[in-house]
Write a new protein. Structure first.
Length: 278
């Protein structure tokens, strides 16, 4: 079984074209099926274990003390699947977790540092989901949650929605992203200075079972939809695809700690940019 999720046109003398259903936004059409050369432009590389971006953006390195200093007075809100939960788990080592007695996979989770006024929150996105157990009362859509958030320069929103959508038609993902974009437009209009971060899809190691419903090819299509959908909006992208592709570790849907550390460094560099020298 090959899962490619694109229209395959008929061929031969009696060919009858079967056209794909038109997407409302022409920018979201699947350009990968059009003929022509494919240009690959990597976004960065690793040097001595640290990610270097080709766009020239410097990435600061953070230890435990500087992470706490950077997060002081901040509220970090994380929404997504298990790949976003990895970010929460990494930061939890520096901010004490408040035990909500939630399921280990689905959450929600919270970490609080009262001394430094730090609040970290994680909540899984709404269905479709592949978690084994989750209470129906905790199934909340990201767009609705965004409308309830406090806004402003002390609020950070981190989003990662892709892995659980790959077995479904791309229209499902597009509709979800449309709602999230509208919610982010409201959030950024009402709360200028709010930092919004998207974590892209990353490579995985497909086994015989996973390959029936998932593929890196389709994850890449979702990533292209994501970037086109939020084009022109004041959001930051963490290119997890390139960061996993360029690393020497084996592909895994849950990247190893070295990659997660570099992702968090990218985020904290945006949260606490280096002061410009006069």
């Amino acid at each position: 079984r090959v899962n490619i999720k694109v229209v395959i046109h008929a061929s031969g003398p009696d060919r009858i074209d079967v056209l794909p259903r038109k997407i409302d936004n022409p920018e979201l059409e699947n350009r990968s099926i059009k003929p022509g050369p494919v240009k690959y432009n990597p976004s960065g590389y690793y040097y001595k274990g640290s990610w270097r971006s080709f766009d020239g953006t410097p990435v600061r390195q953070f230890d435990a003390k500087s992470i706490t200093q950077c997060l002081t007075g901040k509220m970090i809100n994380m929404y997504g699947g298990s790949t976003m939960r990895q970010w929460f788990e990494y930061l939890r080592a520096f901010v004490p977790e408040f035990n909500l007695r939630s399921p280990a996979q689905a959450g929600p989770f919270m970490a609080v540092d009262c001394k430094h006024n730090i609040l970290l929150k994680y909540r899984c996105h709404g269905p479709p989901l592949g978690f084994s157990t989750i209470s129906a009362s905790e199934l909340r859509y990201v767009a609705n949650e965004l409308d309830r958030l406090p806004r402003g320069p002390n609020t950070v929103v981190a989003l990662s929605l892709w892995a659980h959508f790959s077995p479904f038609p791309v229209e499902v993902y597009i509709r979800r992203m449309r709602h999230i974009r509208r919610a982010l437009e409201r959030l950024l209009a009402w709360g200028p200075g709010t930092l919004v971060v998207f974590r892209s899809a990353n490579l995985r190691a497909p086994d015989k079972e996973i390959s029936l419903n998932h593929s890196d090819w389709f994850s890449l299509q979702l990533d292209r939809v994501l970037r086109n959908m939020f084009m022109g909006l004041a959001v930051v992208f963490v290119d997890a695809w390139e960061m996993t592709l360029a690393h020497n570790s084996a592909h895994n849907i849950h990247p190893p700690p070295d990659i997660i550390k570099n992702m968090i460094s990218l985020i904290l560099t945006q949260v606490c940019p280096a002061e410009k020298k006069s």
